[in-house]
Design a protein around this ligand. Structure first.
Ligand code: HEM
Ligand SMILES: [Ca+2]
Ligand SMILES: [Ca+2]
Length: 302
């Protein structure tokens, strides 16, 4: 159904994709974790209704930001989307959508993080509202069952293999202690490697951490800034951080894919690329639907 096309801005803004790439590189060189944020943004935007930049809207004028949901906990670097958008507005005013910025910045971020290069279509339009009430139904929780997570991804056309590959994004970035302590206190989750649990308890010394405190552990201690199959190797060693990560090894529908991805980084990258592409094409607004926002944080006023 997707009306997206390759190089949609070829005539209206021929440098659009290059401008985004240059900005993503510049931001990465200043704050490497911006690239990590672009990858998470793609997931949190696209799985909520549509890849329509609904995620980027702030709470103002009757709009309630999706960023307020508990599911968005720990998301960061939204302010740098503005840097990318401003570079585009300077060259081609009101031409390139925020939704395409979400997709292309993720694509370019993935390359900087050592992941695969993904050909992505463009032409997405921006939503005229946010869907805060949909966020908790759309984005799984960290302790949901594999069955429910698989069916959630299936509903947007991503199969079990693709879902296992997408979770490989947890090969970069961080998890705050609030999302971990239930596996450490009062007793250590038996599916967690005991030495690793000791390390995590050092990172998260309190069973009841202040959510405001910046207490976290890196997702992948070995290659924290590289999207690679270390994630799956860690899972096989019982070093998955979130419940949903570790459970991938205990369900027969997903465990064979975990083993294959742990054994073959090229296969992981192929599956990751395929699944990111599917995610980025979820139910886009195209043609006369939606709008091109001037500022990604607000719907246009006229
Ligand atoms: C069942 C599905 C998923 C669940 C339950 C989930 C949950 C989480 C949680 C709880 C965190 C840690 C937040 C924090 O404490 O700061 C996180 C981080 C992250 N997630 Fe997911 N996630 C899922 C799927 C995905 C997918 C599909 C992607 C991208 C393709 C993704 C990308 C990321 C990234 C990059 C981070 C690190 C963010 C940072 O360091 O700023 N996640 N996720
Ligand atoms: Ca959305
Ligand atoms: Ca890694």
């Amino acid at each position: 159904k997707s009306d997206l096309q390759l190089n949609y801005y070829a005539r209206s803004c021929p440098n659009a994709e290059e401008i985004i790439k240059q900005q993503v590189i510049k931001l990465y060189n200043k704050h490497g974790n911006t690239a990590v944020s672009w990858v998470r943004n793609l997931f949190h935007d696209c799985i909520v209704k549509s890849c329509d930049a609904s995620l980027l809207l702030e709470t103002v004028n009757g709009i309630e930001s999706e960023q307020k949901s508990d599911r968005s906990f720990g998301m960061r670097n939204f302010k740098y989307v503005k840097t990318i958008k401003e570079a585009l507005e300077a060259e081609c005013p009101m031409t390139v959508s925020c939704a395409d910025i979400v997709s292309l910045s993720a694509r370019d971020g993935i390359v900087l993080l050592g992941g695969p290069r993904i050909e992505m279509k463009t032409g997405r339009k921006d939503s005229k509202g946010s869907y805060l009430w949909e966020v908790e139904n759309s984005i799984p929780n960290h302790n949901d069952s594999i069955k429910s997570v698989l069916s959630r991804f299936q509903s947007i056309g991503i199969d079990a293999q693709g879902t296992v590959a997408l979770l490989g994004a947890h090969s970069v970035g961080r998890v705050h202690c609030v999302n971990l302590v239930h596996r450490l206190y009062p007793t250590v989750d038996p599916t967690l490697d005991p030495d690793y649990a000791k390390y995590l308890k050092m990172r998260c010394p309190s069973p009841d951490p202040n959510p405001e405190a910046v207490l976290y552990s890196r997702n992948d201690r070995e290659t924290p800034m590289i999207i690679d199959n270390m994630y799956y190797k860690n899972l096989l060693k019982h070093k998955g951080l979130l419940m949903i990560d570790q459970q991938l090894t205990s369900d027969p529908t997903t465990s064979t894919f975990v083993e294959k991805m742990a054994a073959d980084n090229g296969y992981f990258h192929d599956q990751f690329a395929r699944a990111v592409m599917l995610l980025s094409e979820n139910n886009p607004l195209t043609g006369d639907e939606g709008e091109i926002r001037k500022d990604c944080r607000y719907v246009n006023t006229h």
